[in-house]
Structures are given as structure tokens and as C-alpha cells.
Design a protein around this ligand. Sequence first.
Ligand code: GDP
Ligand code: IMO
Ligand code: MG
Length: 420
Amino acid sequence: MNIDILLGLQWGDEGKGKIVDAISPEYDIIARFQGGPNAGHSLEFNNVKHVLHLIPSGIFHPEKLNIIGNGVVIDPAVFRKEIENLGPPVDELARRLVISARANLILPGHRILDAAYECSKGVSKIGSTLKGIGPAYTDKAARNGLRAGEILRKDFRDLYDQHLKRHLAVLKNYDHTFDLGEFEAGWFEGIELMKRFRIVNTEYLINSLLSKGRKLLAEGAQGTMLDVDFGSYPFVTSSNTISAGACTGLGVPPGRIGGVFGIFKAYCTRVGSGPFPTELKDPTGDLLREKGHEFGATTGRPRRCGWLDLPALKYAIMINGVTRLLMTKSDVLSGFDTIRICVSYLADGKECTEIPFDNAPVEPVYKEMPGWKEDISGIRNYDDLPDNLKKYINFIEDQAGLPVTMVSVGPDREETIFRK
Ligand code: GDP
Ligand code: IMO
Ligand code: MG
């Protein structure tokens, strides 16, 4: 059992990037298994902040192997920008990073289709990041995809043209204007850059390393409530963000999975449309956004903010088989007189704790807990945290039936409290 999975239990942006970077020293391999450039994973060390979209968050640890798994959809244009802005030279990064030959590519047509579909939805827009995720996974499932391994084929340009023709035919049905050239230039440059990296059957590489006793950390993207099956469909992303996604997205058997680390914010945020029972459309919500710098790492959009939602958290724990909880952004809650925590919902006047499959409206039922005033960002020992924060954590642990083994008190790698 030498795989641990770290994944989001809410609507994304729980702080996965920061924590993956912080715990990478315990692993040999860090692998992304789903999603694509819709993800924005931030991490900070030495006073520099980095935002990663496609590249696993272990990339800044020179001795670690980072893998973009088969379940990821790759936009070569985004890949190029990311590699060029990372810092280390390309040859060095090519030593640290391997790409699955089976990973599907996001084509310029997917980006354009994403925008065309979203515009046509009118008021029921998903609030997609418009990175081409939905159309790329649609083509994958429809057996129309173009995959990373194919960029090495001599007839790659012909293959690309066939896909483009198909996408343009679909786009004829939409009243949508676009500049294909704008998307294509960076895309083909990205393809050339990808050729400098190892593009292999990563499932063989991963399983052979696991057999030699190497440890792998699977890095989730998005969050459980955005899962295509278990999230608030249709206001979801197009991949399985849950722990099961790590098996299909890397080609590893379930028996290899050890820990499932569920990461959650001490409150909740959501970007894009869809239900959010504890959303605060008031000055308290604005204060959470301001204190937590809650603006999207990929699109810059303001994140919707609200109190912690325990029914949603328990649902996510159940679906993922979470073995331990990690709580981030605890520092953002400092300064509130009272903190609220949603313990159940009211649906049609009746108390319930299930997440409705049809996004039926529910009213949150809150428990109130006293807040704390101290700035906790400098604290490194759990025992030194304010009593009221420890009571908040104890309540979550009691409700969830799991320990909170790590508390994050700031965006930096060092601002992390590991509980013994
Ligand atoms: P991810 O998508 O799950 O990796 O999360 P994002 O990077 O999109 O969003 C999390 C944001 O919170 C980033 O700006 C992080 O730098 C920041 N962050 C992470 N953990 C903490 C924390 O404990 N406290 C504070 N104040 N910020 C944090
Ligand atoms: P990380 O990995 C937060 C949201 C979008 C939209 C919906 C569908 O940084 O946590 P898509 O682009 O997939 O078609 O968008 O999902 N979304 C995210 N929200 N964090 C993310 O990733 C997200 N990736 C997608 O805002 O509502
Ligand atoms: Mg993010």
C-alpha cells in the first residue's frame, strides 16, 4: 500500500498545492490523475508564490519524479507557459517530469467549443474556466481524442487537421466568433516543447516503481463537490475528482492505496455557478473573501464564500474513504466573534443531512461556536493554538469521525502544523 491520495473535499481551492508541496519530501513520486489547466494550485516558499495548472505540485523538489497521468487533459499551450515560468531550465524540468502517452490533449477547438457551449447556456451557465476541459473529456469518451503519445507521429499534423475539421463543423451550429490563429500559435509551440519531455506508458513506470517500494502521492484537482458523478451536476467539472479517479487516472490497483488525505478549508468557497447552501452574500462573506484572498488562481474570479458545511464534508469523506483530515486557512477565521458551522439542512421544512441529487434548495441549520482573536500564522505547535480553535477542530473531528492531522495557518510551506 504505497500510494496516498490527497484530494479536495469541497468545491476546489482547498489548498491542495500548498500541502502537496509541503509533504512531497515523504514521497518519491508526485502524480496528477485528473483535471487539467482548470486547476490552479498555489504554493509558496522563500517568499515566492507559484501557481501550477498542469504540473504536479512536487516539481520544486529536485529529487522527486513528477508525473502527469493518463487521466489528465493537457493543453500544450498552457504547458509551455507553465514550464517557461517555473524557473529551472527546461532540461532540468524534463528530468523531473514525465507525461503519460495516454493523456488526452486539449485542442484549440476544445477551447473554442467550451466558450460556444457556455455562451449558449444563457442563465444556466456552469461558470466553466473555459480551458476546454468539458469538450476534451467529451472527445475522450466518444473515442475522438488525440493523445500525448501521438505528437511523435509523422502524420501528427494531418491528425490535428482532421480533429479541427470536426470541431469547426460543430461550431457552425453556434453563433460564436473566434480567432483560431490566436489559439493555434501557442499550441503548436507547446507541442514542440512537450517533445523534449519523456512521454511514456506511465502505468508501467508507476507500477514498476511501486513494486520496488517507492512511495507515490496522487494529487487531486478540483474537489469532491465538483466530481462529474457525485458533485452538483451539471455544475461540475468533467472528471472524477474522487479517490477512485486516482486508479483510473494513473493505472494503479485499489489495493495499492493506503491513505486518503481529505483537505478542506476551515470555511467554504466556490467559484462558478451551482448550489452552495452556506454561501454568505453579506459583509461576513465579503470579509472572508478579503481576509482569505479568495480570488481564483486560474481565472482571477472572486470566489463565493460561506461557513463550513458538515453534511457536504461528511458526504465527501464517505465517497472518498478519507482516512485523515487536513484543515487549511484556519488563520482566516481569526477575528470573528462567532463562527457558524452547518450541521444539517432543512428541505421543505424537514431536517435532512443528504446532498440532494437534483440540487433542490436546502436551508443550512447552524451551530454557533465562539471565535478567537489571536493571529495564529506564527504558531507551529498544535497545543499553542487558541482554545476556541481547538474546540472548533474537536467538533469537526467528532462529527466526521476522523482526526484532523494537519492544520495550515498560512500560504507558506512553513506555515503548517503537523499534529503528532
Ligand atoms: P488548490 O487549488 O487546492 O491548490 O488551492 P488554491 O491555490 O487555488 O487556493 C488556495 C489559496 O489559499 C492559495 O492562494 C494559497 O496560497 C492559499 N492558502 C493555502 N493554505 C493557506 C492557509 O492555511 N492560510 C492562508 N491564509 N492561505 C492559504
Ligand atoms: P483546483 O484544482 C475551483 C469549477 C469552475 C466551474 C466548474 C467547471 O484549483 O481546486 P471547468 O473549467 O472544469 O469546465 O469548470 O468547476 N472549477 C474549479 N473551481 N477550483 C478548481 O480547481 C476548479 N476547476 C474547475 O469554476 O464552476
Ligand atoms: Mg485552485
